[in-house]
Design a protein around this ligand. Structure first.
Ligand code: F6P
Length: 548
């Protein structure tokens, strides 16, 4: 199906010209109910999309697009455990990981819950033993450092959540995340850690990822240098994987292997035992609150009518911005310092899921899919790249994320933080007209000639769309809702574009090439004649200056 030829798409194209003529200033002026019309609240999670360049007619037709692409049907197929990941013939059931009732899921015939509950129990047991000090290292010491070795989905989700909820982290245990192959990541950490008190979690769905494998082997060698005995591995290594055999080969005993399944995508695996480091940091009960928050969003996604459905609305707005208003990128701007890993998490979630140009059947898409996602802590961005958002002439939809209160309350910080966040979304939306700038300059006493010179620099075009997500505080429940909101938003976008959001074949080529290049980099000249001139030149440089 050519999406762009459908009547729903064509109707939206007709709105495009109209909306492009309208400024957010006009839209707000024309409708005093705009905030209540274009915002939603679920369990205190407030999503304000009134500063998006939409009106009721656009939204109606976006909803028609969601209906015509069968968003509700695909959602139901996902929750029913159908193999909607068609290129890998897999079901997509990360939602089972946050199913908390003692009922079957997705259904009695194919109930995955017994396995899920068994691993949750295994997690709880490990978490209780480590946090209480019952889990002992090879010399009988309690664990004081937990190092999660993983990359991509086996790193970004747990790292984001552990840091976001760090205010309630176990006071006697430090948490580290190692992903980079560059030894500058692991080496300085090993220098300061004590092997007697360090527990490694090797998180890898496949257990074949090169970066994780090399880091895990280095960590194991480091442990062995101190412990000298193989049995020490059982006291210092846990594996989270869907390939228990490979974890076994590494030397990790069965009781330390926590299973995940092929129906959990890497970037959707936070809710599984991949979240073990989170549970160790905040305790199993609070980890379960995270799951409950996500489950609340799942239920909302499944039951709310499309016009009141948060993930659906956020997805439709993104499609509108990308495919109709022409945005090529979108920015995510968390204002809480603890949410600093949110942009990186969303980059994987959105771009690994929907960074595609073919549909489920392998045919070319008729329109562009996911925009480029980028972002930074908002308040830092204000003093760096916001200039371009305000006056650079690019259309860059922004998501502002902020909490009403801080986990680290210092007098006089939170209100200015919020003021900055709201000031930025306001300035981006409404800008400053020539008339406003002129009035300000003349009030400041400038003469006509100076005003004329300065005026072009003082005008802000505005009309930059944004969504603001406000939560009372960063607690596990709210965070669970927020992350599930984005997961489902990405899913809905994928359905509308007609693609499979759950594979990632595009990352394979680089992995294959890296394996092929390794012998050449290590000096084996037999490979040289197959190298392109650029790669050959770069390898020659490495041979002159590098170490392996
Ligand atoms: O290479 C991409 C990827 O497969 C991601 O999808 C995944 O999250 C990451 O690598 C890590 O994979 P694994 O958990 O199997 O080590």
């Amino acid at each position: 199906m050519n999406l762009t030829l459908t009547p729903e798409w064509q109707t939206l194209l007709a709105h495009k010209a109209r909306l492009e003529q309208q400024h957010l200033r006009d839209l707000f002026a024309a409708d005093t109910q705009r905030f209540s019309r274009f915002s939603l609240e679920l369990d205190n999670l407030l999503v304000d999309y009134s500063k998006q360049r939409i009106d009721a007619a656009v939204l109606d037709d976006l909803l028609a697009l969601a209906r015509s692409t069968d968003v509700a049907g695909w959602r139901d197929r996902m929750f029913a455990g159908e193999k909607i990941n068609v290129s890998e013939q897999r079901a997509v059931l990360h939602t089972a990981l946050r199913h908390t009732a003692f009922t079957p899921f997705p259904n009695a015939e194919h109930d995955v819950m017994p396995q899920v509950r068994a691993v949750r129990k295994q997690m709880r047991d490990i978490v209780e033993r480590v946090r209480s000090g019952l889990w002992r290292g090879f010399k009988g010491d309690a664990i004081q450092n937990v190092v999660n070795i993983g990359i991509g989905g086996s790193d970004l989700g747990p790292k984001l959540v552990t840091r976001a909820l760090a205010a309630t982290e176990h006071p006697g245990i430090d948490f580290y995340y190692v992903s980079n192959l560059d030894s500058a990541h692991l080496a300085p950490l090993l220098e300061k850690l004590d092997p007697r008190t360090t527990l490694f979690i090797v998180a890898s769905k496949t257990f074949t990822t090169q970066e994780t494998s090399i880091n895990a082997h280095t960590a194991r060698t480091w442990l062995m240098a101190a412990a000298m005995e193989e049995w020490a591995v059982a006291k210092h290594f846990i594996a989270v994987t869907s390939s228990p055999d490979k974890a076994h080969e590494f030397g990790i005993p069965d009781q330390n292997i926590l299973q995940i399944w092929d129906w959990v995508g890497g970037r959707y695996s936070l809710w599984s035992a991949v979240g073990l480091s989170v549970a160790l940091a905040i305790g199993m009960s609070r980890f379960e609150r995270l799951l409950e928050g996500a489950e609340t969003m799942d239920k909302h996604f499944c039951s709310a009518p499309l016009e009141k459905n948060m993930p659906v609305l956020l997805a439709l707005i993104s499609v509108w911005n990308t495919n109709f208003l022409g945005a090529e990128t979108s920015a995510v701007l968390p204002y809480n310092e603890s949410m600093r890993h949110f942009p990186a998490f969303l980059q994987q979630l959105e771009m690994e899921s929907n960074g595609k140009t073919v549909n489920r059947d392998g045919e070319p898409l008729s329109c562009r899919a996911n925009p480029i996602v980028w972002g930074e802590i908002g308040v830092n961005g204000q003093h760096a790249f916001f200039q371009l958002l305000h006056q650079g002439g690019w259309l860059i939809p922004c998501d502002f994320v902020v909490t009403a209160s801080s986990d680290y309350p210092l007098p006089g910080h939170q209100a200015p933080l919020l003021a900055n966040c709201l000031a930025q979304s306001g300035a981006l939306a409404f800008g400053k007209t020539e008339q406003q700038a002129r009035t300000e300059l003349s009030a400041a006493g400038l003469d006509e000639a100076s005003i004329a010179k300065l005026l072009p620099h003082k005008v802000f075009a505005g009309n930059q769309p944004s969504t603001t997500i406000l939560m009372p505080s960063l607690d596990p429940f709210q965070l669970g809702m927020l992350l599930a909101l984005y997961e489902h938003k990405v899913f809905v976008q994928g359905v509308i574009w007609g693609l499979n959001s759950f594979d990632q074949w595009g990352v394979e080529l680089g992995k294959q090439l890296a394996n092929r290049l390794l012998p050449a980099i290590n000096g084996d000249q037999a490979y040289d004649e197959n190298l392109d001139a650029s790669t050959a030149g770069l390898i020659a440089y490495f041979r002159r200056h590098g170490n392996s």
